[in-house]
Design a protein around this ligand. Structure first.
Ligand code: AMP
Length: 382
C-alpha cells in the first residue's frame, strides 16, 4: 500500500518509519517548499501543479499537518480515500468551529467569546474578567498568534500584535496540569485509547510529556475517553485524534484544542507503549486491527528545540531513545525528542534531570505529582 501524506515534516517522517515494517511506502505532498521528512518520495508542490502526479502514486491519503486549504483536501477526497476526512480538517483548523463542536457535544471548555475588533476584544476582557488568553481563530499553533491580556487597557495592543481578523478570547484557566488524550478509531468504528499524558509547555511550546500519569484517577481517564469518543464518532473519524485538556484542582477537565493527527504529546508511545501512535494511525487508515495502547513502563518524552542535544551522552544513558528529525538548528525549531523509560517514576524523574542537562536551554521539568520540598509523597509504588 502506498500511502500519500499531506505535509512532509517530522510527523510524516515518523509515520513512514513506523510504516516500513508493515510494507507501506510513502509519498509526501509538501505545499510549503520546506519539507524535512527526508524519507520516501517527497513531491514539492507550492503551486498545486503536481497534485495529479501525487494522486497517481498513492492508494489512500492521510496527513501530518492540518493547516491546508480544505478545498484541496475535498478535491483529493473525490479521487482517493482520505482519512481522516476533510470535515475533520475543516473543524480542527478553526478554533471557533472546534469550540462550537465541543459545546454541541457538551465537552466543557474555558468560557470564551469570539471578537472581530479591538473594541469587542476589550468588551470581552471586561465580560470574562482578566486575565484572558486571546488567540487567532485560524493559523495559530505552538503558542503563535496568542496573547495573555491582564488588563482591559492592553486589548488594543494585543489586537494589533496578533493582527488577525477574528480572535477567540478565553478565560485564563488556573489549571493544576495540562494533559492530553490520544485515541484511535478504525474504519469499522472500533476505538482504542492511550493512557493520558501530562504535558509541560513553556511559551506555548511542548517541552515534556509524561505517561502514564501516576496519580491520575481512573474516573478522569474515563471522562477524557468519553469526550474523545464523542468527537471521533461525531466526525466519523478514522485515524489518530488528539485532545489537549486542562485539569483543574477539583479534578475536572476543560478541553483546550484538538489535533486531527499524530501529536507531539504522543511521541512517548514509540518506546513506552505496546503500539506507537504512528503504527496505530497507519493500522486504522488501512482498515487493519488496532494495536494495544497500554504503556509498558513509565516514560517521559523530552523535546529538543533550537539546538541539538549532547547526543553521545544521551545515548549513553540506559533506556534513552533519541529520535532526530534531520533538521538544521534554528531558534524555536523542533529538532528531535528523547524518550526516557524507567521501571519506577522516581528513577524516571532522575533520568529527566540528567537528560535535561544534556539538552540546551531545556527548562526545569516539573510534573504535578512530584513531591514538593518537605512532602513524603511516594511515587515508587504506583
Ligand atoms: P494552544 O495553542 O491553545 O494549545 O495554547 C498554547 C498553550 O498556552 C497551552 O498549552 C497553555 O499552556 C496555554 N494556554 C492556552 N489557553 C489557555 C487558557 N485558556 N488558560 C491558560 N493557559 C492557556
Amino acid at each position: 500500500m502506498n500511502i500519500g501524506v499531506l505535509g512532509a515534516g517530522q510527523l510524516g517522517r515518523m509515520l513512514a518509519l513506523a510504516g516500513y515494517p508493515l510494507a507501506n511506502r510513502f509519498t509526501f505532498l509538501d505545499t510549503t517548499g520546506h519539507p524535512s521528512a527526508d524519507i520516501g518520495e517527497v513531491i514539492i508542490d507550492t503551486d498545486q501543479s503536481h497534485l495529479e502526479a501525487f494522486l497517481d502514486k498513492v492508494d489512500l491519503v492521510t496527513y501530518e499537518f492540518e493547516h491546508l486549504p480544505v478545498t484541496l483536501v475535498q478535491a483529493i477526497e473525490k479521487r482517493k480515500p482520505v482519512y481522516p476526512s476533510s470535515e475533520a480538517i475543516r473543524v480542527c483548523q478553526n478554533r471557533a468551529e472546534e469550540k462550537a463542536l465541543f459545546d454541541r457535544l457538551a465537552i466543557p471548555t474555558p468560557a470564551y467569546r469570539l471578537v472581530d475588533s479591538a473594541e469587542a476584544l476589550e468588551a470581552a476582557v471586561n465580560e470574562l474578567g482578566a486575565p484572558v488568553v486571546a488567540k487567532s481563530v485560524t493559523e495559530g499553533y505552538d503558542g503563535k498568534g496568542q496573547a495573555v491580556i491582564r488588563d482591559p487597557a492592553q486589548a488594543v495592543d494585543a489586537w494589533r500584535s496578533i493582527n488577525h481578523s477574528q480572535l477567540i478570547v478565553e478565560s485564563f484557566v488556573d489549571f493544576v496540569r495540562e494533559v492530553s488524550i490520544i485515541a484511535v478509531r478504525g474504519r469499522d468504528g472500533e476505538v482504542v485509547f492511550y493512557p493520558m499524558a501530562e504535558n509541560q509547555h513553556v511559551d506555548g511550546i511542548l517541552r515534556y510529556s509524561l505517561a502514564p500519569v501516576p496519580d491520575l484517577e481512573d474516573s478522569v481517564q474515563h471522562t477524557a475517553d468519553g469526550y474523545i469518543r464523542s468527537l471521533l464518532d461525531e466526525l466519523d473519524y478514522v485515524g489518530v485524534l488528539t485532545l489537549e485538556l486542562f485539569q483543574c484542582a477539583d479534578g475536572s477537565l476543560l478541553a483546550n484544542e484538538m489535533a486531527p493527527r499524530v501529536h507531539n504529546s504522543g511521541h512517548w508511545t514509540q518506546d513506552g507503549a505496546v503500539t506507537s501512535q504512528f503504527e496505530n494511525h497507519l493500522r486504522a487508515i488501512q482498515g487493519l486491527p488496532l494495536g494495544d495502547t497500554r504503556a509498558r513502563q513509565p516514560t517521559v518524552m523530552v523535546n529538543v528545540i533550537g539546538q541539538e542535544a549532547d547526543n553521545s551522552a544521551v545515548l549513553a544513558m540506559a533506556d534513552a531513545h533519541l529520535h532526530r528529525y534531520g533538521k538544521s538548528e534554528r531558534p524555536g525549531r523542533k529538532l528531535a525528542h528523547i524518550n526516557l523509560v524507567a521501571d519506577t517514576f522516581d528513577e524516571l524523574l532522575n533520568k529527566v534531570r540528567v537528560c535535561a542537562a544534556l539538552v540546551p536551554d531545556a527548562p526545569e521539568s516539573h510534573f504535578s505529582f512530584e513531591p514538593r520540598a518537605g512532602s513524603s509523597f511516594d511515587t515508587t509504588s504506583r
